[in-house]
Ligand binder design. Sequence first.
Ligand SMILES: [Zn+2]
Length: 285
Amino acid sequence: MDEERNFQPQREQPAHNTHRKKKYKILWDRVIIALVALIALIVGIVMLISALVGAIKGALSKDDSSSAVKANASAISSQQDTPESVQQPTDNTLFTVVIDAGHGGEDVGSTDFSGARYEKEDCLRIAKLVEKHLKDMNVNVIMTRTEDVYVTLDDRCKIANDSKAVIFVSLHRNYFDGEAQGVEVWVHNEKPETDTALAQNILDGLKGVGISADRGVNFGYRGNEYVNYQVNRETNMPSCLVELGFMQDEQDNKLFDDNCDAYAKAIAEAIYKTAKDRELVKNLP
Ligand SMILES: [Zn+2]
């Protein structure tokens, strides 16, 4: 720029020509640089767009799969007869079971003749042992209670239905004002196949340990086949209610005390066997 100002007027023309030539040369250089830059920019934009398209496609396909999972999940919740589709626990356990220790707190259940032995305590005692044996088999266990507290039947069913468990087992002891002994298991009066198989497996297991009498798998409610125990009626998964001998029967109490752990192991094994045989969970070892 300083050079331009120092040009003499007579030399203006050639100087001007030279200057124009120089100017054109610089311009062409700039055009080439600009073109290269433009090409680089276009290539960059194309790469960026293709990367964005790829990312969007990836995100869309993820949305598709998650909405498919959601659709599947809602299909499961509306279709209770497909327990094999029940979602698996996210930890490394094989599946989830809910163990329900009957009664608790102010609801002591039945008692023995002396009144000193409470059903609620026997229920919790064996429930904890069933839990231990299931955990040894790598099964996730949800307990409706782990201490001497009152839990409503509504809450027990809610715990089960919120749990994604494949099986629900309620543990009780029986009572009769008179002579009665032995073990019986209760199932919904519509006689669902899996529930019945679960009950029979548990009964067979307990018989293997030793019981005073096999009172069989029963349907409905004691004394009324047209109604159901709430824990069988309002749980969404295969379920049964086990009556582990009679509280007023001394032999049943002795059998329960002597075999509590063996009974618990038999119940845990029957639960596992049912989940495997009925394919409630696929590919169980
Ligand atoms: Zn009971």
